[in-house]
Write a protein that binds this ligand. Structure first.
Ligand code: DER
Length: 236
């Protein structure tokens, strides 16, 4: 369908432009767009991939790498990556992102910051001028389970997110538990607040018990959006 075709287009374009033959240490993000990134890397040819390592951003990403027959690497061994490619829930005109729809934003942000080049791939639904326009579930915030009630209260009362909620699992009883053993709070904010994502990121990060915030600022080098008409929009 149109959305899957747009995801594939963005992913293939990004791999063709940003995964060079000499790139050996590659970060693979999470979500439903990155499988097309792995698909394209495999199409680039087995020979090149034999001496590459692929670092995952969580269990789903790890499965993607191992099921594709690619070699897993650990960031403890490869502290700097050549390139990391990941999806996003929304990207604004200044390349700030909301990420964490898949509850993977902690490891995603670690691999994004550790890469020489961090590239985002997405379908047209994620291409916004201001965050919060299309992704309305709120900013995903990874929190320590022990502190989740305190963080929820601080968000609702002090940070202007009265509708902040603990993310409950669907295929498991109770809250979503991340790959790091933490909970996720989704905190909606007004457009005015989301127009200043860096300020919001800092204010949330300072709350005791917050592990990582699904707002990415000043880290995306390039974003590729597959469009409904089969074209690709790129932002740098
Ligand atoms: O959790 C994340 O940030 C993921 O990258 C994700 O939300 C992007 O998801 P999608 O590629 O399935 O839209």
């Amino acid at each position: 369908n149109a959305i899957e075709a747009a995801k594939r287009l963005a992913a293939h374009t990004a791999v063709d432009r940003h995964v060079r033959p000499e790139d050996k240490i590659i970060g693979i993000g999470s979500g439903s767009t990155v499988p097309y990134v792995v698909e394209r890397i495999k199409q680039q040819g087995g020979e090149r991939n034999r001496n590459r390592v692929f670092l995952p951003t969580g269990f789903q990403s790890q499965q993607l790498i191992t099921q594709a027959g690619l070699r897993l690497g650990d960031i403890a061994q490869y502290s700097v990556l050549d390139v990391t490619i990941d999806g996003a829930d929304e990207v604004d005109s200044a390349l700030n992102c909301i990420k964490g729809g898949g509850a993977c934003q902690l490891r995603e942000k670690v691999l994004a910051e550790a890469a020489r080049t961090f590239v985002v791939v997405a379908d047209y639904r994620k291409n916004s001028a201001v965050l919060g326009t299309t992704y309305t579930s709120g900013v995903p915030i990874e929190v320590s389970p022990f502190a989740h009630s305190s963080v929820l209260r601080a968000l609702q009362i002090n940070l202007g997110s009265p509708k902040a909620t603990l993310r409950m699992a669907r295929a498991k009883a109770g809250p979503v538990v991340t790959d790091n053993g933490n909970f996720i709070i989704d905190a909606p904010f007004t457009a005015d607040v989301l127009r200043k994502p860096r300020e919001l990121l800092v204010n949330i990060k300072l709350l005791t018990g917050v592990v990582e915030v699904g707002i990415f600022c000043d880290v995306v080098a390039a974003a590729y959006f597959g469009n409904q008409d089969g074209s690709v929009s790129a932002r740098f």
